[in-house]
Design a protein around this ligand. Structure first.
Ligand code: PRX
Length: 646
């Protein structure tokens, strides 16, 4: 290995793991040389009502783009996640729920999970929800969130989970965006000791969603809420009146399982569609190999079910493997910065998966909050969502894992359904900051801006050649945008939107987005969304939003704002605009910096030169590049002059 810091795989781990390095190389080769055979074998790891005979039918264009896996097989995701385990694991814990308050927790066995999910599935049916309907889930991290997802899968309804931190407007946009007529929520959420008014937000959102005729409400806090008798139904009442027998619907492998809205580089969030069979095969398989999951392991992914990580690696992957998966309602620093590690000790967690932003935030709190816990049960540590800086990687490795635990830095996206580039614990020597090597079946390519494939150690735009079963199939209601976004920039390839470096050992180092998407605390935010929220304010004429390096969040949101003629900049107005964006989209979109811009750098044809704005936001004034094509080059000097916190 060429790089100075390489962490070899401990021998005893390689011996116990599902795959060691020779086995990885052998399986990987087979997966790319003969994908049909490879994916036939692994497709059989889930239960099929009717086995598939066709494995793969994929075209990345030009023209028609279609992606189909196991297309003539029938299965049910909920059946795989629950029923299949009942004969051997009925009394084993499927879900450990840890409340926001450390005094609250609950163990849910596979038998209980089955009962709860079936009852709720019948409750939905009783309100007319049927196969193919879209159901929006806007919930806190409580067991019912997972029941709701699984119940949808059971009856063939397509869920769209909306993160509980999103605003009423953002929720309404997503309900309308997938034409859903049923919403599942709670009275209030609880995070870090604070209440989140979910039902009130939902009521507000529904003012613009007249087609929603049913709202199931879980009583979480018992707080005051308003009630619409026609439309609103208490979860508990609906379930106590429902039968616990609900056969799982036989679904075609290519029937949609869920929609998840995610930010793009332009316009409003897009509804990524994942289907049934291939998604499940891929989620379960990656969960098994990447986390080296073995029967009996206690597994905890700290994500929220509102994101793809929660879908694939809290719910579908782990449960399909019969795992015990921990669902955490709270936040890393409540009541104290020891919380994550206390929960690991309390529930004897073996595999722990979180985001670099959480690691950096906890790192700032020093050693004491970690050291006062044992963490002795933890065997494996994972990260996801954004590049992890080597400093945070080392802290995670040395302090949290005491040098004992392998780290899996997993690179993937909402669109990919599951992990694509990652170490495998028993097989991959680690380099801090690198997502290392491709998972089985994944062929990463680096291409230059002209679409030329680059060989060897190099840097370029990250594309993937060929398909894998967990890949998204379309954007809801907009297949053309799907083709445009992912398959048009580089012909015949899936374009990820990420930049990436490959080193001499063939290791991949993700460098971040190359489009107008920013990654704030591991959450994707479209600059266009923040801009459109800002210009919706009556005093704002124009705005341009870019990302800039942020110590904890990875990237922060930097907004340039031009006010309408006659409006005066002031600190009060700055605060007002920041609050406005929070309210329009949600707290994760809060601008970290807002600079007044009497003018924005534009080309003569009126295109905003974001490259320049990014450099100014990064405090990097030396390399602005050519500004001579600007309509008015003097605006740049003015912006540099007034750069915030220069
Ligand atoms: O830029 C990459 C970054 O997160 C983006 C995907 O975001 P999202 O769809 O919200 O999914 C996040 C969780 C899977 C990617 O395009 N990203 C994700 N994981 C990593 C990463 N960047 C670097 N290293 C990672 N491990």
């Amino acid at each position: 290995m060429s790089d100075a810091t390489v962490f070899p795989v401990p021998e005893e781990l390689a011996a116990k793991a599902w795959v060691d390095e020779p086995r990885y190389l052998e399986m990987y080769q087979k997966s790319v040389d003969n994908p049909e055979e490879f994916w036939t074998e692994h497709g059989k790891s889930i239960h099929w009502f009717k086995p598939f005979t066709k494995v793969k039918d994929v075209s990345y264009g030009p023209g028609d783009v279609h992606i189909r896996w196991y297309e003539d097989g029938t299965t049910n995701v909920c059946y795989n996640a629950i029923d299949r385990h009942l004969s051997t694991k009925k009394d084993d814990t499927a879900i450990i729920w840890e409340g926001d308050d450390p005094s609250e927790h609950e163990y849910i066995t596979y038998g209980q999970l089955h009962n709860n999910v079936c009852r709720f599935a019948n409750a939905m049916k009783a309100r007319g929800v049927k196969k193919g309907d879209r159901v929006t889930i806007y919930m806190p991290m409580i067991p019912e969130a997972t029941y709701a997802m699984l119940a949808c899968a059971r009856i063939g309804a397509v869920h769209s989970v909306v993160f509980g931190g999103f605003s009423p407007d953002a929720l309404a946009g997503r309900i309308l965006g997938c034409e859903s007529n049923c919403l599942i929520t709670a009275d209030e959420g609880l995070r870090g000791g604070r209440k989140v008014p979910l039902k009130a937000n939902a009521d507000k959102a529904l003012e613009s969603c007249p087609n929603v005729d049913t709202v199931f409400v879980v009583k979480r806090t018992g707080g005051d809420i308003t009630w619409n008798n026609e439309r609103d139904v208490w979860w508990d009442e609906a379930c106590s009146n429902a039968d616990s027998d609900c056969p799982a619907e036989e679904m075609n492998a290519e029937d949609p399982l869920f929609i998840l809205f995610t930010s793009g580089s332009t316009g409003q969030p897009k509804g990524v569609v994942h289907t049934t069979g291939g998604y499940l095969v891929y989620a379960a398989m990656t969960h098994k190999y990447v986390f080296d999951y073995h029967d009996g392991d206690i597994y905890w992914c700290t994500a929220d079910v509102g994101w793809i990580t929660g879908h694939s690696y809290i719910v579908y992957g782990p449960l399909t493997n019969g795992a015990t998966t921990l669902v955490f309602e709270g936040v890393p620093n409540y009541p104290t910065a020891s919380r994550f590690w206390e929960v690991c000790d309390k529930h004897k967690v073996n595999i722990f998966y979180t985001a670099p932003t959480a690691i950096r935030a906890l790192m700032r709190e020093g050693l004491a909050p970690v050291k006062r816990t044992s963490r002795s049960t933890i065997r494996l540590l994972g990260t996801v969502g954004e590049p992890i800086n080597p400093e945070a990687w080392n802290w995670y490795h040395e302090v949290v894992g005491e040098g004992r635990c392998q780290i899996v830095d997993t690179w993937w996206q909402t669109e990919t359904g599951g992990i694509l580039i990652t170490p495998l614990p028993g097989a991959t020597p680690l380099k801090p900051g690198s997502a290392t090597r491709p998972f089985f079946g994944i062929q990463p390519l680096l291409v230059d801006n002209d679409g030329k494939t680059l060989e060897g150690a190099t840097e370029g735009n990250l594309c993937i050649a060929d398909s894998w079963p967990g890949q998204m199939r379309t954007l809801y209601g907009d297949h053309e945008r799907f083709i445009q976004t992912y398959f048009s920039t580089y012909k015949g390839l899936y374009f990820t939107g990420d930049g990436c470096r490959r080193d001499e050992d063939g290791y991949y180092w993700i460098t971040g987005r190359v489009d107008d998407v920013i990654n704030v605390s591991g959450h994707r935010m479209g600059t266009a969304e923040v801009e459109s929220a800002l210009v919706a304010h009556p005093k704002v004429a124009e705005s341009a939003v870019v990302g800039y390096p942020h110590d904890i969040k990875g990237q922060g949101i930097y907004a340039y704002v031009t006010l309408n003629a006659g409006e005066e900049p002031s600190d009060d107005l700055r605060k007002e605009l920041i609050t406005w964006v929070r309210k329009e989209i949600g707290p994760i979109a809060t601008p970290d910096m807002l600079q007044w811009a009497p003018g924005l750098p534009k080309t003569r044809s009126g295109k905003i030169m974001r490259r320049i704005l990014r450099k100014i936001a990064e405090n990097d004034f030396g390399s602005l590049g050519d500004t001579s094509t600007l309509a008015d080059p003097s605006v740049v000097d003015d912006l540099i002059d007034k750069r915030m916190n220069k």
